[in-house]
Design a protein around this ligand. Structure first.
Ligand SMILES: NC(=O)C1=CN([C@@H]2O[C@H](COP(=O)(O)OP(=O)(O)OC[C@H]3O[C@@H](n4cnc5c(N)ncnc54)[C@H](O)[C@@H]3O)[C@@H](O)[C@H]2O)C=CC1
Ligand SMILES: O=C([O-])CC(=O)C(=O)O
Length: 328
């Protein structure tokens, strides 16, 4: 048996937390041979609810659960953590864009970035789920000057999985038949779900669907799926968001499949003409706990326009939160 790793989850008493913690403790994220110590962060008024979640975690008698730390202090929550899933933030309601949450949620991520900087392991893997996820990840990163900027990522894996599901349904295939799906840019309605490199049972996806379906149905459906869930459920996606967070971390920690890639929002490095300075969704492969952008993909004019539009939105979001960055 491996020695336990420490996994922090913020917003642990929220709806995503409730769908996430039990799967992490069951080994879905880091493997059935990896014990975990859960570090659960909540705001003070939610501590009684969090205590209920802790009671239930204990009542599951999970073989891999090696300990639980439940706290309202980020300095305790992030002490020596190997993984941090930053979920705790307000969800949006009907009629809101995710960036409308920046004011309410942005302020959460500066102190959490500072606490990670002070207490987390130097190779901590941080995934921001709380919306607007890309820009919140940037805020946390900019408050953690002693950590490698590449420790900070945001979630576009839910969008990636939604895109797989839509394409599978359209082509009469199963999601496991699809390779090389890509979500570029922001986890927002400007995201660009790109099927130009994707294959279905080895055949180019673009040869199986017509351009009008791709442009007028597939792209908007994936872009608007979060809003559609809110309309249907009266609350934002939770189990699918938790499942995507598990997928993101598992790919990062344990690696991607040969011949395939996944989508992760990571610090831009100039690849594909996206200047450094934002956390941007890219196609990546992972190996030995490190991610790498897939290079050399051909980008046509249709894709270029959409990749630049979502980049533009991220830079606008960035401009609105720079006051939250730690002074250099
Ligand atoms: N990136 C993505 O693909 C997705 C992101 N989301 C986002 O995830 C976030 C959480 O969603 P839900 O769990 O549904 O919301 P929720 O309201 O059910 O739970 C959020 C929890 O965070 C806690 N919290 C608030 N401030 C905190 C802080 N400073 N430190 C620690 N905990 C704090 C709250 O007390 C609450 O228990 C929202 O911002 C939502 O929009 C949701 C779905 C998908
Ligand atoms: O749409 C929302 O506000 C929640 C979310 O990020 C998603 O489901 O993709």
């Amino acid at each position: 048996m491996k020695s336990p790793v420490r996994v922090a989850v913020t917003g642990a008493a929220g709806q995503i937390g409730y769908a996430l913690l039990f799967r992490i403790a069951a080994g879905d994220m880091l493997g059935k041979d990896q014990p975990v110590i859960l570090h659960l962060l909540e705001i003070t008024p939610a501590l009684p609810a969090l205590n209920g979640v802790v009671m239930e975690l204990n009542d599951c008698a999970f073989p891999l659960l090696a300990g639980i730390v439940a706290t309202d202090d980020p300095n305790v929550a992030f002490k020596d953590v190997d993984y941090a899933l930053l979920v705790g933030a307000r969800p949006r309601g009907p009629g809101m864009e995710r960036k409308d949450l920046l004011e309410a949620n942005g302020a959460i991520f500066a102190p959490q970035g500072k606490a990670l900087n002070a207490h987390a392991r130097r190779d901590v893997k941080v995934l921001v789920v709380g919306n607007p996820a890309n820009t919140n990840a940037l805020i946390a990163q900019q408050n953690a000057p002693d950590l490698d900027p590449r420790c900070f990522t945001a979630m576009v894996r839910l969008d990636h999985n939604r895109a797989l599901s839509q394409l599978a349904e359209k082509t009469g295939a199963h999601v496991t038949d699809i390779r090389k799906m890509t979500i570029w840019g922001n986890h927002s309605s400007t995201q660009y779900p790109d099927i130009h490199h994707a294959t279905v049972k080895g055949t180019a996806a673009t040869s199986l669907v017509d351009q009008a379906w791709y442009r007028d149905s597939f792209i908007p459906t994936v872009q608007q799926r979060g809003a559609a869930i809110i309309k249907a459920r009266g609350a934002s996606s939770a189990a699918s968001a938790a499942s995507a967070a598990i997928d993101h971390m598992r790919s990062w920690a344990l690696g991607t499949e040969p011949g395939d890639w996944v989508s992760m929002a990571i610090p831009s490095d100039g690849s594909y003409g996206i200047a450094p300075g934002v956390i941007y969704g890219y196609p990546v492969t992972c190996k030995n706990g490190k991610y790498e952008i897939v290079q050399g993909l051909e980008i046509n004019a249709f894709s270029r326009e959409r990749m630049d539009a979502t980049d533009k939105e991220l830079r606008e979001e960035r401009a609105g939160v720079e006051h939250l960055f730690a002074r250099k």
